[in-house]
Design a protein around this ligand. Sequence first.
Ligand code: FES
Length: 116
Amino acid sequence: LKDEKVTVTFVLNDGKSLETQAKIGDTLLDVVVNNDLNIEGYGACEGTLTCSTCHVILKQEDYDRLPEEPSDEERDMLDLAYGLTDTSRLGCQITLTKDLDGLVIQVPETINDARS
Ligand code: FES
C-alpha cells in the first residue's frame, strides 16, 4: 500500500495543466519537488511554515474533502499569501491520502515570500 499513487493535476498560471502521479503520504510540496514541476519560488521554506510560497487554490469540492482543517499557524501564514481565496491552502501542509485522488491544484498567479 505504501507505494500507492494518486493523480494530482497542477494548473499553472499560464493555463497549462500538469498531471502527476503522487505518492500517498507525500505533501503537495513533495509532489512539486519530486516531479520537478517548474514553479518559480515554490516551497522556499521547505515546509517549515514560514514563507507562504506554497500557496495553492483548490476547487471548493476538493477543499471540502481534505481530511484536515488548516492549523492556526497555517492560517497566519496564509494571510500573507498573495491572492488569498476562501479555498486557499498551503501545499506543504496537505498530505495526500487515497481519498484525494483526482485533486486539481491551481497555482496562484503570483507568489509572495512572507520572509522578504
Ligand atoms: Fe513555506 Fe509551505 S513551503 S510555508
